[in-house]
Ligand binder design. Sequence first.
Ligand code: ZN
Length: 329
Amino acid sequence: MTHQPISARLGFMASEPKNLQQAINYFSDPDNCLNYLIARRWKDGVVCPICGSREVSFVPSRRVWQCKTRHPKCQFSVKVGTIFEDSPIGLDKWLTAMWMMANCKNGVSSWEIHRSLGVTQKSEWFMLQRIRYALQGKNSGKLGGPGSEIEVDETFIGGKARNMHRSKRARVITGTGGKDKAVVMGMMERGGNVRAFVVDDRRKAGLQRQVREHVEAGAAIYSDELKSYDGLNVDYDHAVINHAVEYVNGKVHTNGMENFWSLLKRSLHGTYVSVEPFHLFRYIDEQAFRYNNRKDMNDADRFSLAVSQIIGKRLTYAEVTGKVGETAF
Ligand SMILES: [Zn+2]
């Protein structure tokens, strides 16, 4: 059975939101939330997420569907099988939080959303981690191709030096700056996408393995003078910018990556007060989502894309925190 838009029985469909203010209004109506999600998840009609049957009927009073096949959980809501599953938090709050995260250049903190949506800060933190999971890109295929230029760079993130006792700070922070910090590696195709992730260290074997995994052989690669990149010229057209001397030499620079790092660090230091290394990759994924979808897209498009990525993703509180048996709600 194909699904009729919920509002069809009211004789109209509200038009989809274009900005945050409209989104807040639009998603305050549960029928709009449902219509918006159905249009993206079940374009060809509602399908039971458990058994795949199309023989389902809508129960308007509870906004759930009843699968005609007999099996456990034969009643399901639109949340089942998405990052929203098992969450008692309303779709109005979920979708508004998601709009903000998909579109605010510097990210949004759980405190900000806590204040604007009125859910507890702990719940909100967990919501945002789930949304970050939805924003995670697939990184399928390789960057590069004929004539492409890839910037490769790494940076250090974290280090709680500011909160550390001075004697300990002296011990931990060495001249090379690293040790207590996470190393994040990034690769950016000029005019295209960035990929960034936490790596164990800056040693040659690991960094070069990542480059080979993510970049087509034959591409032009620009990096700084880090010795770990020596030898990439076997498979790539590798050029090095020596930052001790200059930052740009014609096409040879890593300014695109530097720009990405500064956006990431601004959101980490400004918006997110403290991020444990364990969670860092989710913040990187979030920043990469906004960066990779910044061009030729408006806020509504970016949000729609984010929503299309919520399906088939679950993330339990125990998985996010390592605290088994505790819940966020
Ligand atoms: Zn079913």
